[in-house]
Design a protein around this ligand. Sequence first.
Ligand SMILES: Nc1nc2c(c(=O)[nH]1)N[C@H]1C(S)=C(S)[C@@H](COP(=O)(O)O)O[C@H]1N2
Ligand SMILES: [Mo]
Length: 298
Amino acid sequence: MAGRWKNTLTENEVTSEADFLNRRQIMAGLAGVGLAGIGGAAQAAPLQPNSWEEITSYNNYYEFGTGKDDPSRNAHTLTTSPWTVKIDGMVDKPGDYDLDDILSKMTIEERIYRFRCVEAWSMVVPWDGFELADLLTLAGVQSGARYVAFETLYRPEEMPGQKAPILDWPYVEGLRLDEAMHPLTIMATGIYGKPMPNQNGAPLRLVVPWKYGFKSIKSVVRITLTDRQPPTTWNKTNAREYGFYSNVNPQVDHPRWSQASERRIGSGLFSKRVPTPMFNGYDEVASLYGGMDLKKNF
Ligand SMILES: Nc1nc2c(c(=O)[nH]1)N[C@H]1C(S)=C(S)[C@@H](COP(=O)(O)O)O[C@H]1N2
Ligand SMILES: [Mo]
């Protein structure tokens, strides 16, 4: 796939932000294409990742509170090891998979992705992770499966937000199987070559860069293959405002605000607004939605 690139370092290698940025420039030069090759619109300008500080202190993780700084203050209480992922439903090898076993079979890559929240702010995040397709293939997807459902850990003792009925816990999400199998879709295990911070969804979270951020469910403990479109948390909360697909689309406004532009976090004191591209710039996914009315299927 054009623009994909493999990480030449191991995830255990501790990389400072400065080293990371430096290495990016070197690799971009060597590759001759630049890392902006990931995703269409990014080809115009190289992606400048947000800082570690920005990515790990401005979060949405309602299990730890609804404020942007709640997760970074509260999520340290979460025990992330050992960690088990149940893979069930329409798979050949259902079971409780130990995360370390999964990781021993997966190839960790760095993926620098734009990340666009439905609230109209955005960041660029250098994730480490593996393709979800590789995990699904490991479990053996059966022919009748059409959707993938995801579930976040439910552990109110460690996730204080779950003691309040803010959302219908546990947080659940879903993708169509072809979306889940797309090479851009990853299960992320880290950021900047470091283990995933709890506030960002440790130890394992979904990242679907062409969809609004709430699709990228954190701290995943269950993955279910199914033939029916699964319920999703924000759709259950407000179906008029949050659809199942939730592809980034500047032409479909949220009922309460425009989606035509976004505020880039960290772009100075007055975070600058930039236009939001269709599919968040990842044009290569357009073929997944051929013939679909994306205003109806928002
Ligand atoms: N379990 C769970 N997953 C979640 C959320 C959440 O509250 N709980 N918030 C979502 C939203 S709205 C966004 S924008 C992203 C934020 O990810 P980040 O904090 O790593 O930027 O996580 C998504 N995944
Ligand atoms: Mo979000």
